[in-house]
Design a protein around this ligand. Structure first.
Ligand SMILES: Cc1ncc(COP(=O)(O)O)c(C=O)c1O
Length: 378
């Protein structure tokens, strides 16, 4: 008698925990014993291990990826009257951080194939008020940074990279998070490098920005109990740092496995009438290595695909159903209406399939088979 195939989640965090269980349990038990719960030795060590891995001078832990973006805006002194250009095809946190400091988000459409900010449209969106650009390396595909960096130099703009989904991805052999003024990472549990709770990190090569980032994350204080600005309580938790230190040495292997899954999906789905994600940046862009935080198709058959997957007990998700310039919360912060037809059309047609390092090829084939069947039957 054959049993029904197992349910497939979008991400299976238990497998990764079991893989590293002994080391993680030991590191947590060490924290409990030494009781250095706030900004202890693990946070310090993780900051320097991350800085080394990412090839940056400073890596500064904070409470989550949203705070990382907020701290970056504060350190760069962005505020009311400043315009910040970003993509509408991202998680809301990217634009929330702009709003937190009172700056104005300005949206530029996306490239249809990379799903990233259409960098060739950024210059046309510049005004005398533009102060910064926030590229998001969406789904782990590095945004085309070289032209953005030249543009920022030409117009004296800051670049804040949103690397929440791109830990370990490279552009021209350099890590995302090392290419702009400040890089912002999230260690949300399902991220490529995920904690067992919230966590975040800001990276920079500037000593001055690093000092200000550290000040803002610690109640605006550079010296204990001396406060020059109103800051925040946004520290990376010691337990999370202990867990992340155990996972960091494996990140390249995890990301390689994600690329294996993505390549397998693309192979299996190649002949179907769907747009597949790129396995590398297009030839016209800076060479890059993506890390497939998500595996996302663009298809007119989203509804039947999701229904068939659900019937087969396979998860799927829509990242993101509403582009940010159509979100009421963000519309309240905007001063002009952007034209973003690609982001709008992708939001209506995107669908993400399960992807995680431990997903076996035979399960990928089974999922692809359900997608094929759904399209054939539609
Ligand atoms: C693109 C992007 N930016 C920012 C964030 C915010 O990170 P966090 O959830 O750690 O606050 C996320 C996380 O979901 C994200 O995907």
């Amino acid at each position: 008698m054959s049993s029904a195939p197992n349910a497939v989640p979008m991400v299976d965090l238990r497998k990764q925990y079991h893989d590293l269980k002994q080391d993680i349990d030991q590191s947590l038990s060490d924290v409990l014993e030494n009781t250095q719960f706030i900004l202890g030795s693990n946070v310090k060590a993780f900051e320097s291990e991350c800085a080394e891995y990412l090839g940056v001078k400073h890596a500064i832990g904070c409470a989550n990826g949203t705070d990382a973006l907020h701290l970056a805006m504060l350190a760069l002194k962005l505020g009311p009257g400043d315009e910040v250009i970003t993509t509408p095809f991202t998680f809301i946190a990217t634009a929330e951080a702009i709003a937190y400091v009172g700056a104005t988000p300005v949206f530029v459409d996306i490239d249809p194939h990379t799903y990233n900010l259409a960098v060739d449209q950024v210059e046309a969106a510049l005004t005398p008020k533009t102060k910064a650009i926030v590229p998001v390396h969406i789904f782990g595909m590095p945004c085309d940074m070289a032209p953005l960096v030249s543009l920022s130099q030409k117009h004296n703009l800051h670049i804040i990279e949103d690397c929440a989904q791109s830990f370990g991805a490279t552009s021209n052999n350099a890590q995302t998070g090392s290419l702009g003024d400040i890089g912002c990472f999230s260690f949300f549990p399902s991220k490529n490098l995920g904690a067992f709770g919230d966590g975040g990190m800001v990276t920079t090569n500037s000593d001055e920005l690093a000092a200000d980032l550290r000040m803002y994350r610690a109640h605006g204080s550079k010296e204990r109990y001396v406060h020059s600005v109103v800051g925040y309580n946004s520290r990376l938790d010691e337990m999370q740092a202990a867990i992340l230190r155990q996972k960091l040495p494996h990140i390249d292997r995890y990301n390689q496995e994600r690329r294996r899954v993505a390549a397998r999906y693309n192979e299996q789905l190649a002949d179907l009438p769907v747009q597949l994600p790129l396995l590398e940046a297009p030839a016209s862009e800076t060479a890059s290595v993506p890390v497939f935080h998500q595996y996302t198709l663009i298809s007119d058959y989203r509804k039947p695909i999701q229904a068939a997957l659900q019937d087969a007990n396979i998860a799927s998700a829509v990242y993101y159903p509403i582009p940010l310039h159509k979100q009421v919360a963000i519309q309240n912060e905007m001063t002009s209406t952007p034209s973003c037809p690609i982001a709008e059309s992708h939001s209506e047609r995107c669908v993400s399939l399960p992807i995680f390092p431990e997903l076996h090829n035979d399960t990928v084939d089974r999922i692809a088979g359900v997608v094929r069947q759904a399209i054939n039957n539609a």
